[in-house]
Design a protein around this ligand. Sequence first.
Ligand SMILES: *[C@@H]1O[C@H](CO)[C@@H](O)[C@H](O)[C@H]1NC(C)=O
Length: 847
Amino acid sequence: MRIPEFGRGWRIQTSWLVLVLTLGLALLSCEAKEYNAPPDGQKKDVYIVIFEDMPIVTYNGKITGLRGTAKYFSEKWRKSHKRAHISDLVKKYNEYLIKEQDAILSDFFGFGDCEKTYRYTHLVNGVALPLTADEALRLSEHPKIVRVEKSYKVYKSTVHTPDYLGLPKGMWARSGGPAGAGENMVIGIVDTGIDPTHPSFAARGQKPYGPLRKFRGTCDYAREFPRGSCNGKIIGARFFNAAAKREGSFNATIHFASPLDGDGHGSHTASTAAGNYGVPVVFNGARYGLASGVAPRARVAVYKALYRYIGGSIPDVIAACNQAVADGVDILSLSLGPNAPPGGATSTFLNILDVALLNAVKANVLVVQAAGNGGPFAKTVTSFSPWVLSVAAGQDDRVFRNTLTLGNRGVIRGTGLAPATKGAYLYPLILADDAVAGKGDPALTPSSCQAASLYNRLLVRGKILICTFSFDFVYGGATMQQLAKTVKTLGAAGVAMMVDSDNAGGKYEVIPLSVPFIIFPSSASSNTLLAYYNRYTKKDRKGKIISFGATAKIGNGQTMTYTRSAQQVASFSSRGPNVKDFNFDEADILKPNVMAPGYLIWGAWTPIGTDNPAFTGQRFAMMSGTSMATPHVAGLAAMLKAKYPRWSPAALSSAMVTTADVADRQGRPLQAQGASADSTPFLQAATPFDMGSGALNIQAALNPGLIFEAGHLDYVKFLCSQATPREVLGSTKTACPVRAGMATDLNIPSITFANLVGTKLVPRTVTNVAPVAEKYTITITNARDFVVTANPSVFTIGVGRRNKQAIVFTVRATRASQASSFARITFTGSLGHVVRIPVSVVNKRLR
Ligand SMILES: *[C@@H]1O[C@H](CO)[C@@H](O)[C@H](O)[C@H]1NC(C)=O
């Protein structure tokens, strides 16, 4: 068979490679019938099988399996042929891949029409199909198969801490950008789907979203995701559940076989990246300000591959990424990751997801991924590779302050994201235990206010009920929603909540409530309230109350103030050092890369999401996690790409990380929350292993001055320093150069040594992206156990063809140590650009 081939070294560009749509789903499985039949009862799991021919994104005419039949087209030939012709060749190559896949499988299974869970041709050349362990092993030995990897699970990177108020609005104020930010950009969101009826994604009332020719995605419609759901703002919507279905975890009743979000997480992340500008946040009827995505004019392309409770299976996630890149998204936002480094390859960088993402980057798509929520412990990052931008979560030090003003004019400070008691009146206080009707129900603790039936309604009506927050609210069945319901049913004026211990108080998660509410998370302030109550509440000898003399009013806890205080690395945010293998050996690549707000973020929610009971039935929710931080970065990337359409993923990501803030507005270093037993987080200076380069700075990122450029071959060369040439060839279809070099040669805006022995040279090349020449001076804050010098340390960088400058950094261990230490290299430009790169070294040896 003759295969059309492209010119040697000619790389496929996204613009036309996406003309080929990869094949969709084929839902039946390969059942090896008579031939190779597995022993009865042997369990089948879904595996991804990767073939030796290169996928469409890496196809360049140099195909191992086709050498000999190849006809290489010259550059001249390529230029003289039409786009339509080239796209025809890609179509033919796609057909060839499919034929080869089928030929190899039928060769193995012994019959012709083996059907797959998935067929992939775009990002990877493979199939997903159910196999027994035995079949998987035998398939992996097939000469035309390079790897066989068992499906693994990925999860939403959310923690169940509710969110932080008004941040998108605050970010908008800081970015100063128009509501047109992100125009004509498509952000692909691989998540739990989307609620198409949400005002954050409404097209009506917005400047019309015209057709976008570069995007070729489609929408999967269903009864619950009707026509019209894709409205221009939502420009594509697909779902991928074949593996989840095969694995038995998919339940159509709650997961929906459509792009509809049955969880809330996907709508939330999409609204943070690209939700409409100025959408009122209404929760339980109360307004909490306005929400906006970071790039409110960007389009949203939805690839649903995660499901409520169960997370996602990697074959579904890869199918989603494969489709997103084939459709032509500009940015891929992944608020997901495994719980631990997945196995299957010798290197974390060669795990099947990272290989697919490498090819997405090759197709010019920037990939942004959550760093994970395994913090504050070391080596918990679950986003590994240098071609992926990994996002840590920052927490603002804002608390939702509220006050309880007492009848004796005392004031107790607490927390409460809730309205004030009505009017200027003082209301009598009543302790829940004093309000129990009759004998009560011994199965229920009256102090947690979970059932209205327990209390004497006449006694409670018009009073502020004092309830107690205990571990029942954390691990037991007690909920704040039930508490609010009790207060409403009883006609109480509001609720003041004590804690039964500091430990329980430390676990209180802020959620908005619709009834007047305040909580005192420390036992000291709780005791102040109780003492006041006891002093003014008169009881007879039997303990029966004679008069309620303690009175109070609850302040308004809903007022929003954006404090602009510095972010701290949230305790849950996963930490470096990054790991290069499954023994958790440290890697020479920095992770995470940058920090963005990820604590108590208001975002769109779907009323049918039951994932978090606090937000069931609501259209907005406050969520925390690196999941929430990730779409902030995806949104900024869309703004950047709209401004600089020709920038590579490496350039976009470099602009965001080199301009990140490392200090607060007063110049104090940013801090990280460490592990602590009680409610007060232990703070320490944030290192690059906590926050990467620092906190995202939208304004600065839009004008970075210098960038660090890297492309596919650089990443492959990096991989060659991490794995055998055979492994690299198998996964990337690209041969290693004769001299692989060192991982630290990769031109990224960070320098990381897991093991520094003596002195090492680290080359870097910067590219001037400002329109004029600029003189830069390099300064270095040195570390405890090593020194860094730069050559040259002063240079003037031009524009046009003279816009590059090579620099060699010398990193020398000055003291043997196994403790991590850090330095920072700062390029200060004469025109005001400041470019920073972090240096981190784990082990140091003098020779
Ligand atoms: C699917 O979910 C529904 C709703 O929770 C439940 O009633 C049903 O039993 C589930 N089906 C399966 C097969 O688990």
